[in-house]
Design a protein around this ligand. Structure first.
Ligand SMILES: *[C@@H]1O[C@H](CO)[C@@H](O)[C@H](O)[C@H]1NC(C)=O
Ligand SMILES: *[C@@H]1O[C@H](CO)[C@@H](O)[C@H](O)[C@H]1NC(C)=O
Ligand SMILES: *[C@@H]1O[C@H](CO)[C@@H](O)[C@H](O)[C@H]1NC(C)=O
Ligand SMILES: *[C@@H]1O[C@H](CO)[C@@H](O)[C@H](O)[C@H]1NC(C)=O
Ligand SMILES: *[C@@H]1O[C@H](CO)[C@@H](O)[C@H](O)[C@H]1NC(C)=O
Length: 517
């Protein structure tokens, strides 16, 4: 068995090394940016050190069994101390940019008030070191990590009080770093925050109908989503009013773009597909473009969907210079009504599927299957809620990229600004003992190759795409998956924190620098 595995690994290695690509910088428009991405909580570690206050994830992860092996992000890959190594890796591959997020509770322990000098200085060091090495910073202000204090004080995103607090944090960051940071994103994936934080309890703060931390899946996701939009718009307004002219940067938001195709070409499934697009992308894109929620959502959610006042609507409309596209996968959609549960997940009356007539939509990548089998699923925070996205499979369906960038039947929703895909990566669990195996990431290379070809087609078709950010530079703390999901271009030894570049880094170097590996 071991021998067989060794032979298989060897052939994979040969395959990867022999792999060629016809892609290069010349395949993309002049100035096209290649980068990688991360988020503060997933890579920094030192979660309660150097004056940082706790965020909602620190509390949420104390729930026993929240992650495989009870993993926490207390240390994760220690980028707080090893940022120079990581920037050096980017330079070696030839990347132009790095997208990272700022931990709100590292800057303001209590969400507001006095700033924490150690935290502020950390981002000064990181930004300066990046710039000294020609790596352009793309900075995200919020990536799932609300200061715990604000959750205790007023229920975080459920209260309108979060809007001025986020605005003050954003203002501080523009003032402090904006002389060097020219690319800002306010919030990463507000839908994930609203849905998993308040709709199915899968993410911190773990709320849903029937959840042990309380909640209401029928109303809270929409309330949290509303405040996320208002906080985003308020931060954009501060940037535009006080800093943009002087600092000459751009600001936008990162949205998770899922592409949907009808399972059958019947009126029912076509309409269900439309609803799925509206409830996923339209929830955020529609207000940013038109100042109000999509008609479909207003009709189906009714009085549970908050309204924008005339003043808020004006603030929200047009509140992005750029849209970051985090694209995960593509699903088939079937009309399906769930009359027993009222929640964000059932309001669209749609069922998401990975197969049509037994044919998968793309290559399957199993997430956490072995963990599932061993632990019989995650310790559940709630028995009635669905953990649909993360308990099944993620499928590689690159054709969704084209649909997403062309806007499909949501064409009228395209923003006035270049699209900027910060793309998610496929996922393959690798045990620590299989480190060498992890380095031969042929599948990942295939994925990047297909994806970049698809992107090239979309650009030829007229999509205004300014860059491509691979998720992620490092194998890091993947939220509820702990350290079992490996999205990185670089493998990290969890004992020594030594970084080992995978074959995909060499593939990228070939594309970006036209250098042989
Ligand atoms: C991680 O930090 C939390 C505090 O947020 C603490 O309760 C926990 O014991 C720490 N876990 C480990 C494994 O160090
Ligand atoms: C996780 O923590 C819980 C409670 O402390 C414990 O019962 C369980 O065995 C731990 N799981 C693992 C895999 O260590
Ligand atoms: C502002 O930025 C643009 C591109 O980002 C650049 O072309 C322009 O020269 C800059 N203007 C100033 C005043 O720095
Ligand atoms: C929003 O406005 C519509 C139309 O004016 C109204 O029917 C609906 O009840 C309002 N929703 C809320 C949550 O106030
Ligand atoms: C309705 O949704 C609930 C939870 O969201 C789920 O457990 C149940 O199986 C669904 N029922 C149908 C008929 O889809």
């Amino acid at each position: 068995m071991e021998l067989l595995r060794a032979v298989v690994l060897l052939s994979l290695a040969l395959l990867a090394n022999g792999r060629d690509t016809d892609l290069s910088r010349d395949s993309f428009p002049k100035g096209f940016v290649f980068g990688t991405a991360s988020s503060a909580y997933q890579v920094e570690g030192n979660s309660l050190k150097y004056g940082r206050g706790p965020c909602i994830w620190d509390t949420f992860l104390k729930f026993p069994g929240a992650t495989p092996d009870n993993a926490t992000a207390n240390v994760t890959v220690d980028e707080y101390h090893r940022y120079m190594d990581d920037v050096d890796s980017m330079v070696r591959v030839g990347f132009d940019a790095y997208r990272f997020s700022i931990s709100w509770s590292r800057i303001f322990r209590n969400g507001i008030g006095r700033f924490n000098k150690d935290g502020v200085d950390y981002y000064h060091r990181l930004i300066d070191y990046m710039l000294a090495n020609n790596i352009t910073p793309y900075v995200v202000l919020y990536h799932y990590d609300l200061p715990e204090v604000l959750n205790n004080q007023y229920n975080g995103w459920l209260s309108p009080k979060v809007v001025p607090d986020f605005m003050a944090f954003a203002d501080f960051c523009f003032k402090t770093y904006g002389n060097r940071v020219k690319n800002w994103f306010t919030i990463n994936e507000p839908r994930m925050m609203a849905w998993h934080g308040y709709g199915d309890g899968f993410f911190a703060p773990g709320r849903c109908t029937g959840c042990r931390f309380g909640g209401n899946s029928a109303t809270e996701p929409y309330i949290a989503g509303h405040h996320l939009i208002l906080a985003h718009a308020a931060a954009v307004q501060v940037y535009r009013d006080k800093y943009q002219r002087r600092q000459n940067g751009t600001i936008g938001i990162l949205l998770d773009f899922v592409w949907y195709e009808p399972l059958t070409y019947t009126v029912e499934d076509e309409y269900a597909t439309h609803r799925a697009r509206e409830f996923t992308l339209g929830w955020y894109m529609h207000p940013i473009t038109f100042g109000h929620y999509p008609e479909t959502m207003r009709k189906l959610v009714g009085s549970r969907l908050p309204n924008f006042t005339a003043e808020q609507s004006k603030l929200v409309q047009g509140s992005a210079d750029i849209i970051g596209v985090n694209h995960y996968t593509t699903y088939y959609v079937r009309h399906h009504e769930n009359l027993t549960h009222m929640s964000y997940a059932t309001d669209w009356q749609a069922e998401l599927l990975f197969e049509r007539n037994g044919v998968p939509i793309g290559r399957q990548v199993t997430i956490l299957k072995s963990h599932h089998q061993r632990n019989k699923g995650w310790a559940r925070i709630c028995d009635s809620c669905m953990n649909t996205l993360h308990s099944g499979v993620l499928e590689v369906a690159v054709r969704g990229a084209l649909g997403v960038l062309q806007g499909g039947d949501a064409r009228e929703e395209q923003v006035q600004g270049p699209l900027d895909p910060h793309r998610r990566e496929w996922d393959r669990p690798v045990g620590q003992r299989h480190a060498t195996h992890a380095l031969y990431d042929t599948f990942r290379i295939d994925y990047f190759d297909q994806y970049l070809h698809e992107l090239k087609r979309a650009i030829a078709d007229g999509a205004r795409v300014t860059g491509y950010f691979a998720w992620s530079l490092l194998d890091n703390f993947e939220w509820r998956m702990g350290f079992t999901s490996k999205f990185g271009l670089v493998y990290v030894d969890r004992k020594t924190f030594t970084r080992y570049p995978k074959d995909s880094t060499r593939w990228f170097r070939k594309v970006i620098k036209s250098e042989e590996y």
